[in-house]
Design a protein around this ligand. Structure first.
Ligand SMILES: [Zn+2]
Ligand SMILES: [Zn+2]
Length: 262
């Protein structure tokens, strides 16, 4: 079976396993499967937005390549496939750590990120809720180097698949304790704290795939024996409609406006 068919199957299988584990070992018992915003996040963010942005980002990268001609140098084409995948997973994750941290400190960048924090139930689907402009920036940075450095065609598919599964995993409502692994690999144990509605708790744990960055750069937050009491943004009445959620990012800046981490 080709990787183009296999990768969505792997993502769907992972989603099913995560949903079953959420039912069996819930981190926050009582969270509903069909929670507020479920259909919005599934249909509009996960399917429609992902597809349309995928097409747009592809055009953008093809344009970048035809303007620079960089991919013809095949700078990393002779690396083994697994090395290429590992290289892009690690470097993009380090970029995401710092960009994400900046989004929590810059009011204008926070505007593009608050949609992601607006969900009041955190589960396997919550990670998909991100402003289209935020995704446009992050996925262009994710996939442009893969093409421009002349990586193998499978790398983009594998990287996309890994990101999709890992995104579901870190947001999942699964009560997992990964012990020493949590110093390296990120999971719900730390990322759910990042979605806490208490600003002091949420202004930590910026890592996506590797919790290592948080431990290394002193932003790790993992209180022993405690759990967040709520999720979302208390200070803002965030719209529930997809279009309004997007337009909300462009409302006028107010002098006394809420900032996640001033
Ligand atoms: Zn955040
Ligand atoms: Zn998140």
């Amino acid at each position: 079976m080709s990787l183009a068919l296999l990768s969505p199957l792997i993502v769907l299988t992972a989603a099913t396993c995560i949903v079953l584990l959420e039912r069996r070992f819930p981190y926050s018992p009582g969270q509903m499967f069909f929670r507020a915003g479920f259909w919005n996040d599934l249909i509009l963010y996960s399917i429609v937005q992902s597809y349309l942005l995928g097409v747009a980002i592809n055009y953008l990268i093809v344009w970048m390549d035809s303007s620079t001609g960089l991919s013809r140098f095949h700078l990393i084409s002779d690396w083994p496939l697994w090395t290429q995948v590992l290289f892009f997973v690690v470097t993009h994750d380090l970029y995401i750590y710092w960009f994400h941290r900046l989004q929590h400190r810059s009011l204008r960048l926070w505007r593009l990120h608050e949609a992601h924090h607006s969900t009041t139930d955190v589960d396997w689907l919550s990670g998909s809720r991100s402003h289209a402009l935020e995704i446009l920036i992050n996925q262009t940075v994710e996939f442009a180097p893969i093409v421009l450095l002349g990586a193998a065609p499978e790398v983009a598919l594998l990287k996309g698949m890994i990101s999709a599964v890992w995104g579901m995993w870190i947001h999942s409502n699964i009560d997992v304790h990964s012990g020493v692994l949590q110093y390296v690999i990120n999971g719900p144990e730390m990322h759910r704290w990042h979605h806490s509605d208490v600003v002091a708790d949420g202004s930590n744990n910026f890592a996506t795939k590797f919790a290592l960055w948080d431990w290394l750069f002193d932003t790790a937050h993992l209180p022993v024996g405690k759990k967040p009491t709520g999720y979302g943004i208390r200070e803002i009445d965030f719209p529930t409609n997809y279009i309004r959620q997007h337009l909300f990012a462009f409302r006028p800046l107010m002098p006394d406006e809420y900032q996640p981490n001033p």
